[in-house]
Design a protein around this ligand. Structure first.
Ligand code: COA
Length: 201
């Protein structure tokens, strides 16, 4: 039994990346990514060591998500994204993760651009939601630039509380207190995306 609507097939092309539904055959590439060394990104390291781990991880996601693979123009799997809490045509919640070697090269921006076009166009959703750690400066900048609005913030237990000891910059530290991290709830509506989209290069 699954509590998600069936995931439509798709093949999306950007300037730097291509996006398709994530399949078992994609998982060895994710498993081979070197780990994130930024202390606050360690939670994104997956520890997929065996085919049984891959299967378990993907089966878990397929229960309640639509997962997608992001490949660059050389065909390398550089990231994955997913939708969950799907309430079509109203909204769903996005998660996106690039492998450590692929961060900061424009892949995230390009992937979001083509995926948002598909999401608000062919899939017909009216709003996208996500939540992001206040300390995730790069991701927050990206989301704001794409037109996401910060609806509010809340504190939640930091799974990586011990890793915060090595964080030195105040810009990130202000989002941590007594074992908790400040999260921002963000959303983007279709008309805002259409406005932002036409202004993006
Ligand atoms: C967040 C993420 C998807 C962004 O994708 P990306 O390809 O790394 O980002 P891009 O290269 O497209 O750059 C996004 C913006 O961040 C800026 N940026 C890059 N490195 C940065 C840094 N260290 N600090 C602040 N901003 C930075 C870029 O300059 C760019 O802004 P600009 O175009 O105005 O110059 C990706 O970094 C990632 O997967 N991170 C790990 C997992 C994660 O944080 N997921 C999001 C959870 S909500």
């Amino acid at each position: 039994m699954t509590d998600r609507p069936p995931q439509p097939d798709c093949f999306l092309f950007g300037r730097l990346v291509q996006i398709r539904p994530l399949r078992y055959a994609d998982l060895p590439e994710i498993a081979a990514w070197p780990p994130h060394t930024d202390p606050l990104l360690k939670a994104y390291n997956l520890h997929l060591n065996t085919p049984a781990d891959w299967r378990h991880w993907l089966n878990g996601r397929l229960k309640d998500r639509w997962p997608y693979a992001i490949r660059n123009r050389d065909g390398l799997l550089v990231g994955h994204l997913s939708l969950r809490q799907m309430d079509p045509p109203r909204s769903s919640r996005l998660g996106v993760v690039l492998g450590a070697p692929y961060i900061g090269r424009g892949y995230g921006t390009d992937a979001m651009r083509i995926f948002l076009d598909y999401y608000f166009g062919e899939l017909g959703f009216g709003m996208m939601r996500l939540d992001v750690s206040g300390a995730n400066i790069r991701a927050r900048l990206l989301y704001r630039r794409l037109g996401f609005n910060e609806l509010g913030s809340f504190w939640q237990p930091a799974l990586d509380a011990e890793d915060w000891g090595s964080v030195k910059d105040e810009e990130r530290l202000q989002h941590f207190r007594q074992g908790q991290v400040r999260m921002y709830e963000m959303s983007l509506r279709a008309p805002v995306w259409r406005r932002v989209r036409s202004a993006l290069a």
